[in-house]
Design a binder for this molecule. Sequence first.
Ligand code: ADP
Ligand code: MG
Length: 275
Amino acid sequence: GGALPRPGETRVMIVANQKGGVGKTTTTVNLAASLALHGARVLVVDLDPQGNASTALGIDHHAEIPSIYDVLVEGRPLSEVVQPVMDVEGLFCAPATIDLAGAEIELVSLVARESRLQRAISKYEQPLDYIFIDCPPSLGLLTVNALVAGSEVVIPIQCEYYALEGLGQLLRNVELVRGHLNPDLHVSTILLTMYDGRTRLASQVAEEVRSHFGKEVLRTNIPRSVRISEAPSYGQTVLTYDPGSSGALSYLEAAREIALRGTSSQHQEASEGKL
Ligand code: ADP
Ligand code: MG
């Protein structure tokens, strides 16, 4: 496909939701690949000790591999841990290893414990259009590091019962970090995932999310798709695993919306007490 407009400066997208299994990792790798396939230079930062984003991108992340743990805890330069993703030009990954599970505790006693990722990113010299940070399913120091390192929060919401439960807590955390550490932080993007248009529940949840939020919700919903869930076991995103599938096309469309929107401050209200 053709190139999408590239941002004037690096957009740092923090993919967060403290609920597990809502599609954070899937959204991270597939949006990142979509943008890279359309001419952007994109870095995925895997901030979940599970390392699912690293796996999905086919990136080696066994215990000896230099990883985001070394960056956060040891102060190692980000450039020393970043690996190129095979098959997708312009896509890179800073992998997570199992070490990262200890970082949540180890960070507590370090100086500038909330801003270590932000510092590492600010010193990274390779030109990038986007950084996507895949957060763990919690609101601890790893997620706080993510929230300090960027300005746009991307929230994937699974179209299921209880979809909005817990979101208030995430939004309050966004507010806290914005108030104390990162004035630019805002929820820029909400994406409905695992959408099954045949069920009434999915369309009800979608409607509820759209009425709570507004412009932040992307018009494109991501359908529930077997191809999307199969791709990671081949170390691929759905964009290369099955480019013509509905899952691939929906992530491309969502990425296009994100690229066309750019960074607009009209999206700030989403994080201001709607839940
Ligand atoms: P999280 O990172 O929030 O824990 P994941 O992205 O790992 O969530 O997704 C949870 C599970 O759901 C994974 O097994 C993933 O393959 C699957 N999944 C995610 N999105 C879809 C989708 N659109 N269709 C089908 N399966 C999906
Ligand atoms: Mg995940």
